[in-house]
Ligand binder design. Structure first.
Ligand code: ADP
Ligand code: MG
Length: 611
C-alpha cells in the first residue's frame, strides 16, 4: 500500500482513542470541563455502564452560541492561548481535545446557555459531524449527553469490560472528584438510581462519610501539617486545595489508621493541584509511611492532596492527563511520606491500641498481650522463628495475605505413616496459638488457626457438595455501608454469595442489609465478614466464577476459624484435635500452610544428644 495521509475521519478516531479509552474517560473529561466552567452543581447520569448514555449537567459559565461548534473541533480550547500558558496550567483541561474526541466516537447532544444569553443553544453531532443546531430554552450551564459510545469503533467496544466494571470505574472517578471539590454538589445516578451524592457544603469529612460510610470515615486521620511550620502543626491544614497556594509543597488530606487496611492499593487517591492523578512512586510513599504498621500485602487508605506551584508540575504528559511530572519529584515524595508518617506517629497510642484490638479477635478470652497483636503478624513471627529442629519445610508456608503470591506449593509432608493423623492426646496450649499433643510416635505442635481453618473448610465443602450449606438468619439484619465501587462489586456477586449461605439485599444507595450468613460464621460480626468478603472480591480482575466461590469460601473459613491469641479450654482443644483427625487433608490449611509440626521420639532423642 502506498503511503497516504489518513482521512480526517480516521485520524480523529485514532486520536480519540488516546483520550477516550472507556466510558469512565468520558465521565472524567465532562466532569473536568464542568469544574473548569466554575460549576457548583454537577449531575452525572449513566445508563448501561456508560455505553448507552453518559450525561453531565452543570450550572457553570456555559458555552456561547457563537462558539459551540468550535468547541467540538480538535485543539479548540478557551483555556490556553500562548505556549507560556502551558508552563503553568491552572485548569483541568487545556488540550482542547476532549469534546472533539468524544464526539468522534459517539452521538452527542449539547445544550448550553451563558449568563448573558436569553436562550440556550442545542447542537447534535453524530460521529463528529454536526447534524442539527437550534435554540431552546435552558437554564444557565451546560448539559452534554453522550450516547452510543464507540458505536463506530467495534474494536474498542469489544474490549470494554462488564457493565459493572465500567460502573465501578465511573464511581471511583466521581467520588474522587467529589473529595477534591467538596464545594461542588455532585450527584451520580446509574440507571435511574442515585448511587452517590454530596451536599457541596465544602466539608471533606462529609464527602468521606458519603463514600465510606460513617464507621470508616470516623476513623480517618486528618494529615498533620508538616512540623516546623510556625508551631501551628496541631491544627489540621485546610482541606480545600486552593487554600494552600502560597506554600511551595503542601500536603493535606486524610489517611486511615493502621487498623484499616485493604487488599489492594485502590484506596490510595492522589491529587495534584486539584487533579486526580496516578503515580506509582507517590502511592509507594504513602505505603512506605505505614512501614511495619500493616500486615504484609495489605494497603492503607489515603486521600492525599498535593499542592505545588503550577510551574513546578508538567501535566502535559499524556492526552488523558492522569500522569504528571514533578520538577522536584524527590521533595514531593518526601513531603508526602513525612506528612503521612507524622500523622500516624502523632495518632495517640491509646487509639492505636484500640485499633489493634479491634483488628484482632474480639472474642479473645485472654485480654493480655496476645489480644493486642495482629494475629497474622503474630503467626508470621512465630513461623520465622522456627528453631533449628531440622524441620525447615515449615518455613515454606507462605503468607496468604500476600495477594501477589499464589497458593504456595504444599510443603513436603513429614513422615507420619499415612495421610490421616494418628489418635492424639492433648497436652496443652502454648502462646495462645499452638496446641501441643502427644501421639504414638512423639509430639505434635498444632497451629490452632490453621487447623481450624482446615476443619471448617472440609466441613463447608462437604455441605457445598451436597448443596446443603447451613445458613443462619439474623433476627434484625445488619446494615452495611459500602463505597460506591464496592457496592457495585457486591451487587455483581450477590447471587454467588447467596449460594454460599449469605442473604444480602440492597438497602438504599450503597447500603446492604445482611439477613443471613453461613452458620459457621454465627459468632462473627456479620458486617465485618461481609466487608472482608468484598475486599477479597476487590483483589485483581474478575477471575472465573468458580474461583470466586472458592475465594469466598476460603475467606469464610478464615474468618470463622479461631485466631492466634485465643485461649482454648481443654475441651475445645480436644474437640478440635478430634475433628482434625477426621479431615482428609489434615496436614495443611486450605492455603497450603502446615497445620502441624511433628517431632518424633527419634528426633527428640537426637536433639537432646541421646543418640
Ligand atoms: P479543554 O477542556 O481542554 O479546553 P475540551 O474539548 O474539553 O477542551 O473543551 C473545549 C472547550 O469547550 C473548553 O475549552 C470550554 O471553553 C468549552 N467547554 C467544554 N465543556 C464546557 C462546559 N461544561 N461548560 C462551559 N464550557 C465548556
Ligand atoms: Mg476538557
Amino acid at each position: 500500500m502506498p503511503i497516504h495521509v489518513l482521512s480526517a475521519q480516521l485520524a480523529s478516531q485514532i486520536a480519540a482513542g488516546e483520550v477516550v479509552e472507556r466510558p469512565s474517560s468520558v465521565v472524567k473529561e465532562l466532569v473536568e470541563n464542568a469544574i473548569d466552567a466554575g460549576a457548583s452543581v454537577v449531575n452525572v447520569d449513566v445508563r448501561g455502564g456508560g455505553r448507552q448514555l453518559i450525561q453531565v449537567a452543570d450550572d457553570g459559565c456555559g458555552i456561547p452560541a457563537a462558539e459551540i461548534e468550535t468547541a467540538f473541533l480538535r485543539h479548540a480550547t478557551s483555556k490556553l492561548t500562548t505556549s507560556d500558558d502551558l508552563k503553568a496550567i491552572h485548569t483541568l483541561g487545556f488540550r482542547g481535545e476532549a469534546l472533539a474526541a468524544i464526539a468522534a466516537v459517539s452521538q452527542v447532544t449539547v445544550v448550553s446557555r451563558t449568563a448573558e444569553e436569553t436562550t440556550g443553544t442545542r447542537l447534535t453531532l453524530d460521529g463528529g459531524h454536526i447534524t442539527a443546531q437550534d435554540n431552546v430554552g435552558a437554564p444557565q450551564g451546560t448539559v452534554i449527553a453522550v450516547e452510543q459510545l464507540f458505536y463506530n469503533i467495534p474494536a474498542r467496544l469489544k474490549f470494554l469490560k462488564s457493565v459493572n466494571t465500567e460502573k465501578r470505574l465511573i464511581d471511583e472517578f466521581v467520588t474522587r472528584y467529589a473529595l477534591a471539590y467538596p464545594n461542588i454538589r455532585f450527584r451520580l445516578v446509574h440507571d435511574n438510581r442515585i448511587s452517590f451524592q454530596t451536599s457541596g457544603n465544602g466539608r471533606v469529612p462529609d464527602v468521606l462519610v458519603a463514600i465510606y460510610g460513617p464507621d470508616t470515615a470516623r476513623q480517618l486521620l486528618p494529615l498533620a501539617e508538616e512540623q516546623g511550620s510556625e508551631g501551628e502543626n496541631v491544627t489540621p491544614a485546610p482541606l480545600y486545595p486552593s487554600a494552600l497556594a502560597e506554600k511551595p509543597i503542601a500536603v493535606t488530606g486524610y489517611v486511615g489508621p493502621p487498623s484499616l487496611h485493604w487488599a489492594n492499593r485502590s484506596h490510595i487517591t492522589l491529587f495534584v493541584n486539584g487533579r486526580a492523578i496516578r503515580d506509582n512512586s507517590l502511592t509507594y510513599a504513602v505505603i512506605q509511611a505505614y512501614h511495619t504498621l500493616l500486615p504484609t500485602g495489605r494497603y492503607p487508605l489515603g486521600i492525599i492532596f498535593i499542592q505545588v506551584p503550577p510551574e513546578d508540575v508538567d501535566v502535559n504528559v499524556h492526552p488523558a492527563k492522569t500522569e504528571v511530572r514533578f520538577h522536584r519529584a524527590n521533595s514531593v515524595f518526601g513531603a508526602v511520606q513525612r506528612a503521612v508518617r507524622q500523622t500516624l506517629v502523632a495518632d495517640s497510642p491509646i487509639r492505636s491500641m484500640t485499633a489493634w484490638q479491634v483488628g484482632s479477635s474480639t472474642e479473645a478470652t485472654s485480654p493480655g498481650w496476645a489480644g493486642q497483636l495482629d494475629p497474622q503478624a503474630f503467626a508470621r513471627r512465630e513461623e520465622d522463628a522456627q528453631p533449628g529442629l531440622g524441620l525447615d519445610w515449615s518455613r515454606q508456608g507462605s503468607d496468604d495475605w500476600t495477594e501477589t503470591s499464589p497458593t504456595p506449593t504444599p510443603p513436603p509432608q513429614p513422615n507420619l505413616g499415612g495421610e490421616r493423623l494418628p489418635i492424639m492426646r492433648v497436652v496443652g496450649q502454648v502462646g495462645a496459638a499452638y496446641i501441643i499433643t502427644e501421639g504414638p510416635d512423639g509430639m505434635f505442635l498444632i497451629d490452632q488457626h490453621a487447623a481450624h481453618e482446615r476443619i471448617l473448610y472440609e466441613q463447608f465443602m462437604a455441605q457445598w457438595a451436597k448443596n446443603a450449606i447451613v445458613s443462619q438468619s439474623l433476627m434484625a439484619g445488619t446494615a452495611v455501608h459500602l463505597s460506591p465501587p464496592q457496592a457495585t462489586l457486591l451487587e455483581e456477586h450477590l447471587h454467588t454469595l447467596g449460594q454460599i449461605g449469605f442473604q444480602v439485599e440492597p438497602f438504599g444507595p450503597n447500603a446492604f442489609m445482611v439477613r443471613a450468613i453461613p452458620a459457621i460464621l454465627a459468632k462473627q460480626d456479620p458486617a465485618q465478614v461481609l466487608l472482608t468478603v468484598v475486599e477479597d472480591l476487590e483483589r485483581g480482575d474478575a477471575p472465573l466464577q468458580g474461583k470466586i466461590e472458592d475465594r469466598i469460601i476460603l475467606r469464610v473459613c478464615k474468618s470463622a476459624a479461631v485466631k492466634a491469641g485465643q485461649t482454648l479450654s481443654q475441651r475445645e482443644m480436644e474437640a478440635m484435635i478430634q475433628q482434625l483427625e477426621a479431615c482428609h487433608s489434615p496436614h495443611t490449611c486450605p492455603h497450603g500452610r502446615p497445620t502441624l509440626i511433628h517431632l518424633s521420639v527419634a528426633q527428640l532423642a537426637r536433639q537432646f544428644g541421646r543418640i
